[in-house]
Design a protein. Structure first.
Length: 220
């Protein structure tokens, strides 16, 4: 698999709480140079990026990274970041642990209605979940009409695993795609996740890994 193919599936990510405007501009320029699928940035930078990089595909995060903000708060975040084209939202993990999956489906459906034809990716944060909870969440994502299920925020106790991707494939609906995030450290990791069925990869270090022989990534 060649580098342009991999770059075309990468959400080039910078979500550090200390990210500066100069660092955001750097990943924008890298994304344009290497033709990544998108940049994934904090919502506070969305409007400025849209103004200075009008052609770039902007992804942002909602309810990030803990997910337990209210639905109304998440809807307000989406409205404030309306210049973005893609929204990666964290589920209310507490609802999953309480087996309140109907509430998760309802919230995701409201968020999908809010983004409309734009892309909604749902972060379920696999590192905190049992297999049964992951399966139930596959159904929530499918029933809500969301576009993607995503493994991780990169801020939890673990990132993407191939085992979780395989589980997703068994239980998501035909219209749901898969995004892996966190824990991918080499070109071989990127290729393995793509070959397993991921349509997007969330990583902060794709450019470094792919452009530097033997380069490694620290994750998200």
């Amino acid at each position: 698999m060649d580098d342009p193919t991999i770059y075309g599936l990468v959400d080039h990510t910078l979500l550090s709480p200390t990210a500066t405007w100069e660092e955001i501009k750097q990943i924008c320029n890298e994304a344009l140079a290497y033709k990544t699928a998108s940049i994934c940035i904090p919502p506070s930078y969305v409007k400025r990026v849209k103004q200075e990089f009008p052609t770039i595909n902007i992804c942002t995060v909602i309810g990030f990274p803990l997910g337990y903000s209210s639905t109304s708060s998440k809807l307000a975040e989406i409205a404030d970041a309306s210049d973005a084209n893609e929204f990666d939202v964290v589920i209310n993990i507490g609802n999953a642990k309480n087996n309140n999956f109907d509430a998760i489906t309802k919230e995701l459906a409201e968020l999908k209605t809010a983004v409309g034809s734009k892309i909604l990716k749902v972060i379920i944060e696999c590192c905190y979940l049992t297999a049964e909870e992951k399966i139930a969440l596959c159904k929530c994502v499918t029933q809500s009409g969301a576009d993607y299920i995503k493994t991780s925020t990169g801020f939890g106790t673990g990132g993407a695993t191939l085992e979780d991707i395989r589980l997703f494939k068994e239980h998501i609906g035909p219209n749901v795609k898969i995004k892996a995030a966190g824990g991918m450290k080499t070109r071989e990791d990127f290729i393995a996740f793509i070959n397993e069925g991921c349509s997007r990869l969330g990583t902060s270090s794709a450019v470094k890994v792919l452009s530097t022989e033997g380069g490694t990534s620290s994750g998200y």
